[in-house]
Ligand binder design. Structure first.
Ligand SMILES: *[C@@H]1O[C@H](CO)[C@@H](O)[C@H](O)[C@H]1NC(C)=O
Length: 371
């Protein structure tokens, strides 16, 4: 009997802790009602906040709500602070069903400029949470660079990748192709090696079972953390062998067994591409077979993603080449730079050091990266 009471008390304490988190977000929004927005607007938004933090909610829903808070209550610093806290808030997840959180892969969210670059807290039980939770606190003071990047991309770029991707429509964000020139999905698809095939499969399963309702759903899938780890390990190995092979001739294979087929997977960084200004530099694949149908982009991750897709789709590259490409893609994402050194790093990683990143002799004035 006593043990039952202890157990029930413990369960209630757990419930309190869970609702405490949501209650704080809700109260913060509610309090804005005295000063901002039309009568009742803050109360309505506050009422919607617990739902977006539940385990069953879509990972993008709280970002949509944060935008809505700003749209309806205005851009006063007090409103922004409350919306920012919601972006940074930890979303619940069911540790009995999944071992890692799902994170929004939609690069258009949040749309509010002042809310971009803020990353969320995650459950302290997740490996790597110490890095992420420190990043989250930092991001509320000084947001990370987030141009063209989803929250998931920003997290990965700053050292935390132990999550699955989820798009706003509930589908697995990791499966998006860059070929549709959609910056958001292209960038989402670049999230590091640990969230490749295995994680995408998991994300699809999670997305399928996670209905965006206010009721927590029981997730029927278990994340194969081991598979993610294996993917990361093989990507790291490919990166190592790619680095070891640097110094080969232009056009040479990056490592024994690597064959890029019909394509040379190099990148240029040029001004004035596609009618842009002579001072505006963007990235593009050099090989016309690779860049066919893909616009140049300010975000190098869109181009690296496209190249890796093309290797499989049109270049007839072998698996070793595709693996090397994915490893290089993760490397560029982690670098987070957007300038000539980014293109050089990519070309070097794939075995083409010293590639001319301005093959069209575009003007070099103001050669600076765009953030
Ligand atoms: C991700 O976190 C889970 C839960 O803590 C852990 O089991 C797993 O090893 C972690 N994966 C990586 C790649 O760190």
């Amino acid at each position: 009997m006593l043990s039952n009471i202890v157990l029930i008390a413990a369960l209630l304490a757990g419930v309190d802790a869970r609702f405490g988190k949501e209650g704080a977000a809700q109260q913060g929004i509610q309090d804005l009602g005295n000063q901002f927005g039309s009568p009742g607007a803050a109360a309505t938004l506050a009422g919607q906040s617990p739902g977006v933090l539940l385990a069953g909610a879509n990972a993008c829903a709280k970002l949509v709500l944060a935008d809505k808070i700003v749209t309806e209550l205005g851009t006063d610093p007090k409103v922004i602070a409350v919306a920012a806290a919601l972006v940074a808030a930890e979303k619940n997840f069911n540790p009995f069903a999944v071992s890692i959180p799902s994170i929004c892969s939609d690069a258009s969210l949040p749309a509010t400029a002042a809310l971009r670059g803020i990353v969320p807290l995650i459950d302290p039980a997740v490996t790597g949470s110490d890095v992420e939770n420190a990043n989250s606190a930092k991001s509320l003071i000084k947001p990370f660079s987030a141009n063209g990047l989803s929250v998931a991309d920003v997290m990965a770029a700053n050292g935390f990748t132990n999550f699955t991707l989820q798009a706003a429509d509930g589908t697995a964000g990791g499966a998006a192709k860059a070929g549709n020139a959609n910056a958001g999905k292209g960038a989402a698809a670049t999230t590091a090696a640990a969230t490749t095939a295995a994680a995408a499969t998991t994300a699809a399963a999670v997305a399928t079972s996670a209905v965006a309702s206010c009721v927590p759903v029981t997730l029927t899938t278990t994340v194969k953390a081991a598979a993610s780890t294996a993917a990361a390990t093989s990507a790291a190995a490919a990166a190592t062998s790619a680095a070891a092979a640097v110094g080969g001739n232009k056009g040479s294979a990056v490592a024994a067994g690597v064959d890029f087929g019909l394509c040379v997977p190099t990148i240029k960084f040029e001004a004035g591409l596609n009618g842009r200004k002579a001072t505006e530099f963007t990235f593009q694949a050099i090989d016309p077979l690779v860049n066919k149908g893909q616009q140049e982009a300010l975000n190098p991750n869109i181009i690296t993603n496209r190249i890796c897709d093309q290797l499989g789709n049109v270049c007839k590259a072998n698996q070793a080449a595709k693996d090397a490409c994915l490893a290089a893609k993760a490397q560029i994402l982690a670098l987070g730079t957007r300038d000539k050194t980014t293109a050089d790093a990519w070309n070097t990683a794939l075995g083409f050091p010293g590639t001319n990143t301005n093959p069209d002799n575009a003007p070099q004035a103001g050669l600076v990266g765009h953030s």
